[in-house]
Design a binder for this molecule. Structure first.
Ligand SMILES: [Mg+2]
Length: 302
């Protein structure tokens, strides 16, 4: 694939999209992952997981690219060595040091607000911070390492609600008054600042734009309601078919959906996309020559 492909970034949700909803396996996506690597198109993960949870996966996948974590609350930006690989893929086994760019409210500030609200009314819930490692493992089914990584949150606090619906509505209003928001997930509610995956997409687009000195196009893939802001903000969006969610609907209607579920659909739709941009000649003349593209800026360290 030629230089044109460098203008694209692929951004993906993890659970239910690149990772199988039930098993968390990504084997079915290996052909497309390998094709992305050959095309030198960076894959940017955009997930509700924590930075620690994602870095293990990035290591396994050989990714050297920004990772959007905690639903757009922060970005882990790996620091590349001087003259290192351009962002995208790496043969390094170790994930390098990173900068953490916060787009949200710190977990400490969230805890302060929760403490303040608790002085007004006693509510029944269990937050991750209140749980021991054993309790967290029991409640989530995670193994010990997984539970430790899930605890290492920076800009959000999940909690298990054990109080009434009326209390939940009261709590939600109190949080909103303090500039926080409560999002319902599969098992937990999450308290965080008012960020989302789509806002973080714009940050990543600007970052690559200034790095490459050319317009950046983003293809986004996701399967759940928390992916909508990312799909809406992307240049092309693919809704990965989910065994548990109905196809997502945006302002323009239902997103184009893969026929296969999870990583199999992810793989198919990405291979199709790569074929399309390989044969698309409409961008000729806009790219500049390769010498220009491989400027010093590409090799700069962050
Ligand atoms: Mg998902």
């Amino acid at each position: 694939m030629g230089v044109k492909a460098q203008r694209w970034i692929v951004m993906s949700d993890l659970d239910g999209s690149l990772l199988d909803h039930h098993t968390y396996a990504y084997d079915a996506a290996l052909p497309a992952l390998s094709a992305l690597k050959d095309a030198q198109i960076p894959l940017v993960l955009n997930t509700s997981k924590t930075r620690s949870e994602c870095q293990n996966l990035a290591k396994q996948l050989g990714l050297l690219a920004p990772i959007i974590v905690e639903n757009g609350g922060g970005i882990s930006l790996p620091i590349r060595p001087a003259n290192g690989d351009p962002y995208g893929h790496t043969a390094d086994v170790e994930f390098p040091e990173d900068l953490f760019i916060s787009l949200g409210v710190s977990r400490e500030s969230i805890h302060r607000v929760l403490d303040e609200i608790a002085t007004c009314r006693s509510l029944r819930y269990r937050s991750f911070a209140q749980m021991s490692l054993d309790e967290l493992r029991d409640r989530t089914g995670l193994d010990e390492a997984g539970a430790i990584n899930a605890q290492l949150r920076q800009v959000s606090e999940p909690l298990l609600w054990e109080d009434s619906a009326e209390a939940l509505a009261w709590f939600t209003k109190r949080l909103q008054r303090k500039g926080l928001t409560l999002t319902q997930g599969g098992r937990f509610y999450t308290v965080s600042g008012k960020h989302n995956k789509g806002g973080a997409l714009h940050w990543v687009r600007s970052f690559f734009h200034s790095l490459w000195h050319m317009p950046v196009h983003i293809l986004a893939l996701g399967d759940g309601p928390n992916d909508l802001s990312m799909l809406e903000a992307a240049d092309q969006a693919i809704c990965v078919r989910s065994p548990v969610h109905p196809p997502l609907e945006g302002p323009q209607g239902v997103y184009s959906t893969t026929h296969l579920e999870g990583p199999s659909g992810w793989n198919d739709s990405l291979l199709n996309f790569l074929n399309e941009i390989k044969t698309d000649t409409s961008l000729e003349g806009l790219i500049g020559d390769e010498t220009n593209f491989l400027s010093e800026d590409l090799r700069m360290t962050v």
